[in-house]
Design a protein around this ligand. Structure first.
Ligand SMILES: [Ca+2]
Length: 235
């Protein structure tokens, strides 16, 4: 269906003599496997995805405008100390995770490691979103982290949930958050442990972050999450 939409837009461009920035062709050329690393879920690009699109759009605009001055060389990125690694397997309890809904609990029925995992059991739409948040971790803008977890969905969910990084302007991760960065959306395979993984870069203004498991307020679903890791990426 997306192919048809894209072709229709190209066709309109040809008919009316309009220049078309073909994002569809751009993303198709990336290839299916690498493409998965550029999206937080099925529809929304993550930070790397936005960067790929922005760079291509920039190149396109410069070329289309006939600008032939050489591209400025960006200054080298500032040296940022590598962050710390963290991991939670929930074998020693909640390990300072905060659960903001009674529909989320520590559960010993099924785990990816050991005996315990976090369980989201949402049988009705709720008034608010549901969140499980890790303890606040220190962050320096420019640091990159690989975030991963294992997820076991039971049946097909109604609604959406996923793995996020929540950014804060305070060192203790309290007060108003800056923004959530999507890491990975729900996996469509129920009845099995599947990996969730993605890379985030700490943006300007953030002093701390928490790993967040988030379910949209209307979601009706049951799933478990275990073995959550935060791995710093060397520059
Ligand atoms: Ca476990």
């Amino acid at each position: 269906m997306m192919d048809d939409y894209a072709e229709a837009i190209r066709e309109i461009g040809r008919e009316r003599g309009l220049t078309v920035f073909d994002m569809h062709a751009l993303l198709k050329a990336v290839g299916r496997e690498e493409l998965a690393g550029l999206f937080g879920d099925m529809a929304h690009p993550n930070q790397d995805g936005h960067r790929v699109i922005a760079e291509a759009l920039c190149e396109f605009l410069v070329t289309t405008a006939g600008i032939d001055t050489p591209k400025p060389v960006p200054p080298p990125p500032p040296q940022v100390p590598v962050g710390e690694a963290h991991a939670w397997d929930f074998e020693a309890g909640l390990q300072d995770w905060t659960l903001d809904s009674p529909e989320i609990s520590l559960d010993a029925d099924r785990a990816a490691s050991g005996r315990q995992a976090l369980r989201f059991h949402m049988q009705e739409p709720a008034k608010d979103h549901r969140r499980a948040l890790s303890p606040a971790l220190p962050a320096i803008p420019g640091q990159r982290y690989d975030i991963s977890a294992k997820v076991f969905p039971e049946g097909q969910p109604a609604g959406s949930y996923g793995l996020y990084v929540m950014l804060y302007a305070t060192p203790d991760g309290n007060g108003r958050y800056i923004e959530p960065l999507p890491v990975k959306g729900q996996v469509p395979v129920p009845g099995a442990w599947s990996p969730w993984a993605g890379r985030v870069q700490i943006p300007e203004g953030a002093v701390s972050f928490r790993v967040m498991l988030w379910a949209e307020r209307g979601t009706v679903a049951t799933f478990r999450v275990d073995d959550i890791t935060v791995t710093p990426v060397a520059p």
